[in-house]
Write a protein that binds this ligand. Structure first.
Ligand code: NAP
Length: 428
């Protein structure tokens, strides 16, 4: 039985600081859970001169030295970003040191290669915190749902976008809601990765591998962020019985697995519709368990540290007991990723049109040509510029047909502009 497990911590930022603090202040609780004393042996940051609220001993600006130190048994990577994080993780694994990380970027792009390296070296690479922050997600998907074939997964996995869309539902403009998210500390000074759905795409890649055995990179996903959304669409959506979310969707169909991130209307009565503000949630439908939802704080130092430390306890317990790491699980046959053009969804259109007879006949003719059924219509009287606003909600149709219909609707003589096209999800 190993008396202590010595930890090398890379990064003492938002998450690293909460992890370091817990390792010091909750030493007894964590050590009891792990069955061995957890010791914060060494740590690395970029800027040694930066004032820190927590004194950590043996602090260095050389993370590679910590990742490869002889007196470190377990490495926690909380530096973030692609490099040098990927190289640091690989170098720790090369030296047969288990690694715990919260780094979705590295896992989305290099996860399979790093997992293969870890397996070759007989050590663990764990990443509970990489998706959904403090929400237990990776372990439940890997272990607790192992008997299921996952049929559908829909996730709200970017707190910044969910916070912004929640405010827009009350009529706020996107730019104002984003500024509030920055003031509240939910959004970065440069929020592009959140707003353009890069972050959600990285996380969906990780979930796709776990839940569907699809080994894709973020470049293979359809990704559309929240820029350009108008609070008017959220108001019309509500009239029709929907709330707007940035959704990451993976769905098994006969033709393959859909994988996409985009704004989507969700029925008001669905549990995902009630996930507001900076909260995250992942809704999974398994063929045995039916629908289950995991929700909670998707970010923040303490919440994310909770997930990091769960992995640390797990690894340390194995190290303490000297238990071997089981070989990686066999994946089934690689599923086909469905091109976006083949995905079928319902759709919401908002058009600005001339207020004249025959407009509606033109619109319905275009939809009929593409075999797109019309489920609901809202029509508003013209405003001061003489343009009327028409909102259409379609039945399910292939993406290719919906995209072509959008182009043709835009070219109608009576159409001033297609102001919005938003997909509508109909989850179980
Ligand atoms: N923040 C969250 O709520 C959250 C939630 C889930 C997952 N995550 C993930 O957790 C990881 C850490 O995020 P964070 O928010 O804690 O980041 P952060 O606040 O930016 O902290 C990064 C830390 O890494 C250090 N660092 C950066 N580059 C370095 C380098 N080249 N060499 C040595 N140290 C370096 C920084 O040093 P200095 O302190 O000297 O600058 C800082 O201590 C990321 O992968 C992130 O995606 C974060």
């Amino acid at each position: 039985m190993k008396q202590q497990v010595r930890i090398g911590l890379l990064g003492i930022g938002t998450v690293g600081q909460a992890v370091a603090r817990a390792l010091i202040e909750r030493h007894d609780v964590l050590s009891r859970a792990a069955g061995t004393s957890l010791v914060l042996q060494r740590a690395a940051v970029r800027d040694l001169a930066r004032p820190r609220s927590l004194a950590v001993e043996r602090l260095t600006a050389d993370p590679a030295a910590v990742a490869s130190a002889d007196d470190v048994d377990l490495v926690i990577e909380l530096v973030g970003g692609e490099e040098p994080a990927r190289t640091l993780i690989a170098s720790a694994l090369e030296r047969a040191r288990p690694v715990v990380t919260a780094n979705k970027r590295v896992l989305a792009w290099h996860g399979p290669q790093l997992a293969e390296l870890a397996a070759r070296k007989g050590v663990e690479l764990r990443y509970e915190a990489a998706v959904g922050g403090g929400i237990p997600l990776i372990a439940p998907l890997t272990d607790d749902l192992a008997a299921n074939r996952v049929l559908e997964l829909r996730a709200i996995i970017n707190g910044t976008c969910n916070y912004v869309l929640t405010r827009m539902a009350s009529g706020e403009r996107l730019e104002d809601a984003l500024a509030k998210a920055q003031q509240a500390g939910y959004a970065e000074a440069d929020p592009r990765d959140d707003v353009e759905a890069v972050d959600a795409g990285d996380k969906l890649c990780i979930l796709l591998r776990l839940a569907f055995g699809a080994s894709c990179t973020p470049a293979q996903l359809h990704r559309q962020g929240i820029r350009g959304l108008d609070p008017r669409d959220l108001a019309y959506g509500r009239e029709l019985g929907y709330v707007l979310k940035l959704l990451a969707v993976a769905r098994r169909t006969e033709a393959g697995v859909e994988a996409r991130v985009h704004p989507a209307f969700v029925p008001l009565e669905h549990p995902l519709a009630r996930v507001d503000g900076a909260y995250n949630a992942v809704h999974v439908v398994g063929d045995l368990c039916g629908p289950v939802m995991f929700s909670g704080l998707g970010a923040g130092g303490d919440a994310t540290a909770s997930a990091v430390l769960a992995d640390v306890v797990h690894v340390a317990r194995r190290l303490a007991l000297g238990d071997p790491v089981p070989p990686p699980r066999e994946n089934g046959p690689e599923p086909r990723l469905l091109p976006m053009s083949e995905v079928r969804t319902r759709c919401y259109f908002r058009l600005s049109v001339d207020d004249e007879p025959g407009v509606f006949a033109q619109i319905t003719r275009v939809l009929a040509e593409h075999r797109i059924g019309l489920a609901s219509v809202i029509q508003r009287e013209p405003g001061k510029h003489g343009a009327a606003e028409v909102v259409l909600l379609t039945y399910e149709a292939p993406e290719a047909a919906l995209a072509t219909a959008e182009e043709q609707l835009a070219r109608l003589s009576s159409t001033r502009a297609v102001l919005a096209r938003i997909r509508v999800e109909a989850p179980q």
